[in-house]
Ligand binder design. Sequence first.
Ligand SMILES: [Zn+2]
Ligand SMILES: [Zn+2]
Ligand SMILES: [Zn+2]
Length: 387
Amino acid sequence: MPARTLPTIPVSEVEAHNSDQSCYVTIGAKVYDVTSFLSDHPGGGDLILEYGGKDVKDIMEDELSHTHSEAAYEILDESLVGFMPTEPILNGATKSSKPAEIVPLPPSEQGQAELRAQPPLYAATGMSSAEDLERETDVTADYKTYKFLDLSRPLLMQVWNGGFDKDFYLEQIHRPRHYRGGDSAPLFGNFLEPLSLTPWWVVPSLWVPPSMYGTWWGMSALGIAPTVGYWVFGLFFWTIIEYVLHRFLFHVDVHLPNNRVAITAHFLLHGIHHYLPMDRYRLVMPPTLFAALAAPFWRFAHSIIFWNYHAAVVAYCGGIFGYVCYDCTHYFLHHRTLPAYYHALKKYHLAHHFADYENGFGVTSRFWDRIFGTEITMSSPKVVKAN
Ligand SMILES: [Zn+2]
Ligand SMILES: [Zn+2]
Ligand SMILES: [Zn+2]
């Protein structure tokens, strides 16, 4: 039973976890670690901290405070860390002939070994849950086991010189690694290294101003209403482009030519993001790469809206703005605690990484995944089920 692997936590210890550094709450005998949820709480983290180390059953049901949805209890479920041997439970246990069924035992050596030996839920990624994405990779052991890339040496030349077969490469790239708590592994290993790192804010800083300028320029010829129309059309069109690029270019996978040029290009384009999904600086598109990808779309916009040059420019600018929203959203889904509305989206995108990279291509919404039948549907496996 998975419940067996969760420890019994003494009351005094539970009560000590009452700060924003580490905050536990309980419902009955169940102990939840809600530290990482503090900043996400719709009612504010302070409200939870007041109940740090205490029972929250009554307050969560209290309509006067603020109502808690199913989702709130789901979040709690996911943060279950152990059980508290409350007095009635202990009394019951001592009278019972099977006390271990009432008070879960601390994890036994054997239980822990069993848990480690359990095969991952998703064989292709070697993972079972989103948390696995942030499980530190043992660099030496990883290289020994898979004979793919040595994360302690510059990656690019290893991909270029590795002589990898495409199938092996694709298999490896879709097995996420986590390098030193999310640091950037060396890519070039020389003076070019800084160029391989793009902080997320570069994207809006660089591309919002020209997009605004183009829109304003177009408006001077079109007038306000048509400008808004074409701009929104461009923005909407971006969502299709987002889907198509991610599905058919970033994941060309089966159609990827089996040679080093194609494999290296694939690695730089999207492979590295699946290989190291939590790398903060190799997540959004580097400006040079974006410029190269965006250039053909300039012609594309003009061939779709061929009858009006200004209108095509405005639509293009709407599309660029869509791209900025996409790349920022992608970054936030990986690295920020987000308002409740985004929790489902975050789950959805992380599932693309740890569970099913052949589906779930929409990052800002699932809309096109639904239309094209590539939506990830997970009967979300509960790792820990408490009875
Ligand atoms: Zn892929
Ligand atoms: Zn991602
Ligand atoms: Zn992907």
